[in-house]
Design a protein. Structure first.
Length: 261
């Protein structure tokens, strides 16, 4: 929704909030920094703050408990590490903890894709002597930008701590309220570094594929001496329902794959 246009008509916002929101409303400010927003042709955060105030006011007047869910993106062309750091600070100051985050991926017929491949800004006059834009292409930097969006995840603290030190912002590492991440915490980071405790909702909802079944079958074939015991405990914890070819749904569409010969 174009919330920057909606704020110009309070009656529209009141109607929307009072009768057409089912508890949560998703909007896409996408970033907090003016330089990055200008590359996206998006309004500044002033429009978001204005819409948020109207949303909360009309929700209260309607006697409803409703929430805004802002959407942000990492690694968009023109984004610097400092921009993502400032976005992380904005998220923390506003009490947001992103669960699923997305990094920019170039798609056809998009202005941002032109920026990604040419390192130029076609929204302004392009000249031969013009400097190149900051483009996030390396896997390491893309991972860092996504980590800033999930600053609260202990698995990202090692990466963020090193980045903040390289940026000369060690003042953001500590236990004070204004800090972004805490100092090293062995009880949290030691455990999470060894195990991938975070799973996205998409991964949790995915069904087991044939590769997992093959691994389970392979492990069972290697236990030749335990065939008798396996027969008795066929209904036990090691038994799994076999998934035959073409008998499971994909996580992308929820539809069964096409029949193959």
């Amino acid at each position: 929704m174009r919330y920057d246009l909606a704020v110009k008509d309070p009656e529209y916002v009141k109607e929307l909030v009072s009768h057409h929101v089912g508890g949560y409303l998703k909007i896409a400010p996408e970033h907090s920094e003016e330089g990055v927003l200008s590359k996206m042709m998006k309004p500044g955060m002033g429009s978001y703050d204005q819409f948020k105030a109207m949303f909360e006011q009309f929700s209260q007047e309607a006697g409803k408990e409703q929430y805004l869910i802002p959407y942000f993106i990492a690694a968009h062309p023109g984004t610097k590490d400092e921009d993502m750091m400032n976005l992380a600070l904005w998220l923390k100051s506003n009490g947001y903890r992103a669960d699923q985050v997305q990094a920019f991926y170039p798609s056809p017929m998009a202005t941002a894709t032109t920026m990604y491949h040419t390192h130029k800004d076609p929204l302004h006059k392009v000249s031969r002597d013009e400097g190149d834009m900051d483009i996030v292409k390396s896997g390491k930097q893309r991972k860092l930008h996504k980590a800033f969006l999930r600053y609260h995840d202990p698995k990202n603290w090692v990466l963020l701590r090193k980045a903040l030190q390289d940026m000369g912002r060690s003042d953001l590492i500590g236990k004070n309220r204004g800090c972004l991440i805490p100092p090293f915490n062995a009880s949290l980071e030691g455990r999470d570094a060894a195990q991938d405790t975070y799973q996205s909702a998409r991964k949790k909802n995915s069904r087991v594929g044939n590769d997992s079944v093959k691994r389970s079958n392979g492990s069972s074939n290697n236990s030749g001496s335990a065939k008798g015991a396996a027969g008795k405990n066929a209904v036990g914890k090691n038994s799994k329902k076999k998934v035959s070819k073409g008998n499971f749904q994909t996580q992308h569409t929820g539809l069964p794959p096409r029949k193959t010969k």
